[in-house]
Design a binder for this molecule. Structure first.
Ligand code: SF4
Length: 439
């Protein structure tokens, strides 16, 4: 059976977000490639800068199944391409998965799309697609098949059976070339999933819907042996997880294991702020961890807290990270409901005081799309619904639009400029006596 894996180039949110290619795409390609009788080709249309002419050309090669990795902003393009595919090769089936199918599954109920991933692990979903394709079953948990919803939610598979990035199918040489040109002196970084599932259940996030709310992890032995296999070409590795600190014992045992490896790559990961403690941060000292990211989303100047924790806890964690030579990285949502211009300036100013790497995107209320009809969705320009730049008039009504765009473009001088200065009396006095990092 021949499968073509495609991420369309219509409205790319990130040109080279390598970690998604290694994990959400690469691991599923890897899972399929490990099956007998399956031949998979991955075409990275974004990296190739491929035109539709080139993508459509791929449809003339005889394939049994095309899998589209789809975000909301790609959805119209995927529907269009699926239609063209059916004109060229009516018997080729189409499977759609990716964030879009959690937010707008109704958009994909069309005759040109056979299978839509609704819930459960992606490995289980492709198992189901293959069974449906071979007519071994008529329905499968977590999959919409031929426009019919499944009778039950998708299945989780054991972490022992999760796919690993398909190093032979991913265009690693092209990634290396692009990465080297962009990142100059930095060693090449690969990524793979270490855990799935998050119980925080933020409304705007697809993770709990995709992965469930229970923390599930690969074993440390498996993780270390994968790092051993790839360290010859990757000087850095990103551990993909909703929350590395969700299992503190695993996190410190992993740190110990990687610290004892010969020529170990440096590593980084993501944690939920409220699950980080200063003891946990101290426990990973000397393990090669160079960065920990966390979703802060927003902070309120007046209440000194955000949806992901209190300011005092944030400051303690920042201080511990900097003491241990770990760079803190904060993910912010500009235009978060209730956020005001002064909150943004306050938050940026505070994070910069602690040398935090700031990663802003727009607030993404994609969950609001779930209740719209296909006609209503078609009347929206879904290409604008990309996570990086989406401006939501409703949530961001207290934010001036210029500040919104300057903030997501990380133009901090503009954001903090005197014209936008926060009035002195609104800055909490304790900020002046907070610990400040050396230099
Ligand atoms: S904490 Fe992070 S991963 Fe978990 S639901 Fe919220 S945004 Fe998603």
């Amino acid at each position: 059976m021949k499968i073509l894996f495609l991420s369309p180039s219509g409205a790319p949110e990130f040109k080279l977000n390598l970690f998604r290619r290694f994990t959400e795409i690469g691991e599923l390609v890897g899972y399929l490639s490990s099956m007998e009788g399956i031949e998979v080709e991955y075409f990275d249309a974004v990296l190739e800068g491929a035109t539709n002419f080139e993508i459509i050309g791929k449809f003339c090669e005889k394939v049994d199944l095309v899998i589209f990795y789809t975000r909301v902003s790609d959805a119209p393009e995927v529907v269009y391409l699926a239609g063209v595919l059916k004109s060229i090769s009516p018997k080729t089936e189409v499977f759609v998965y990716g964030d879009a199918t959690f937010f707008i599954p109704q958009f994909f109920v069309r005759s040109e799309i056979e299978y839509v991933h609704l819930s459960g692990d992606p490995e289980s979903a492709v198992d189901g697609v293959l069974k449906l394709h071979r007519k071994e079953v008529l329905q499968y948990p977590g999959l919409m098949a031929f426009g019919k919803p499944p009778k039950s939610s998708g299945l989780n598979v054991s972490a022992d059976n999760w796919g690993w990035p398909a190093l032979s199918q991913l265009p690693i040489d092209a990634y290396l070339k692009y990465y080297t040109e962009k990142k100059k002196d930095k060693p090449f970084e690969t990524s793979f999933t270490v855990s799935r599932g998050c119980g925080t259940n933020c409304t705007y996030c697809p993770v709990p819907k995709k992965e469930g709310v229970k923390d599930r992890r690969r074993s440390i032995d498996q993780v270390i042996s994968w790092i051993e296999r790839t360290k010859h070409f990757a000087g850095m590795v990103k551990l993909h997880t909703p929350d590395i600190a969700g299992d503190p014992g695993w996190m410190s045992d992993f740190s110990e294991a990687i610290a004892s490896m010969k020529s170990a790559p440096q590593w980084r990961s993501i944690a939920i702020l409220n699950n980080l403690t200063t003891d946990l941060i101290d426990s990973i000292k000397g393990s090669g961890c160079w960065m920990i990211g966390f979703g802060l989303e927003t902070m309120s100047l007046n209440r000194k807290l955000g949806p992901k924790g209190e300011q005092s806890h944030l400051i303690r964690c920042l201080k511990a990270m900097l003491d241990n030579k770990i760079i803190p990285e904060a993910f912010l949502m500009i235009g978060y409901p209730g956020q005001k211009d002064k909150d943004i300036r306050y938050m940026i100013s505070l994070l910069r005081d602690y040398n935090v790497v700031i990663r802003p995107t727009g607030f993404t209320p994609f969950y609001r799309l779930r209740n719209l009809s296909v006609t209503e969705l078609e009347s929206l320009d879904l290409r604008r619904w990309d996570k990086r730049t989406f401006y939501d008039e409703k949530s961001a009504r207290h934010i001036s639009k210029d500040l919104f765009y300057r903030a997501i473009l990380r133009d901090w001088d503009y954001v903090l400029s005197s014209a936008h200065q926060v009035e002195d009396q609104e800055i909490p006095t304790e900020r002046e006596v907070l610990w400040m990092p050396a230099n």
